[in-house]
Design a protein around this ligand. Sequence first.
Ligand SMILES: [Zn+2]
Ligand SMILES: [Zn+2]
Length: 349
Amino acid sequence: MKKGLVILGVGLALLTATALVMTQTSWGQNILMKRLIAARLLETPMAWEDPDVLRVFVCGSASPLGISERAQSCIVVAAGSTFFIVDTGAGSTANLLRARLPMQNLAGVLFTHFHSDHISALGDTNLASWVAGRTAPLNVYGPEGVARVVDGFNEAYALDRTYRTMHHGSELLPPDVGPMRPQLIALGKVTEIGEFNITPFSVDHDPVQPAVGYRFEYRDRSVVVSGDTNALQSTATASRNADLLLHDALSRTLVRAMRDAVTSAGNTRMAQILDDILDYHAHTDSLTEVSREAGVAMLALYHLVPVPPNRIAESIFRRGLPSEVRLVDDGTVFNLPANTDAIEVMQIF
Ligand SMILES: [Zn+2]
Ligand SMILES: [Zn+2]
């Protein structure tokens, strides 16, 4: 018994001494730093380049309304050595990097419309994939207006690109790969890129016109991203038998509560803005019908208006929704293996 206590005491003393050496000495700190850097820079949460799994990664789940740590609208669709980003909202580039996506494989950005919460990180996303080694200019797809937006970003980042090529050399950062190329989409017209078939469809985000959603097909799996829209027949039609529908969503109860609060506080400007957005996005209570009518296997809500700040607000947001409908967060990943009906949902950060 006494001997056991002595061994335990010596063991604890050794552990404490080791912890002190590792955290308090330069030698120990250097070892820890190397391990941490290797873990942070090199470890990936998943095999993004697996050709047998269609993956959907939420790189931004927030809307501009409310205060949230989350990034604004951004959805990655990936399989094999190809991936796409639908919208690049504020904060989304950091999420792409946190997910360790092979940024050099970025095959295109697709814009649903040109509200700031869908486009503002385009410059940094382009830069991140150029620096990672993308070998051709980035294609940016979108409806009428895409050329104006892309030209503006190209111009705003023109000096930045020259600095980086001067600093690192044109072999590492070829100047002709830096500027993006706008690509005008046509509604209903299928674009084939690698093994993907992508179909844009019209949505209702009035007075924002044009506004579109996208359907992606990869082998026998499919995913639809609605963009900002009311719940619509056109979305249901475009989502027919899709495996996964990611739809924007607004909680009327929460938005009205916010409007009432700012009205009581005398902030009439904010009250009007909150009133204006009520018919601008799909109400939660209108989405289940669209999803059911379309026959989609899974409905997941993103671009949450507003992002629920706590569990009670989340419970209010979910009112009227069936329990199987998901509210996504930044870092949510859906894995859809080819030749199966399976949808695996996970959270990578
Ligand atoms: Zn919008
Ligand atoms: Zn939006």
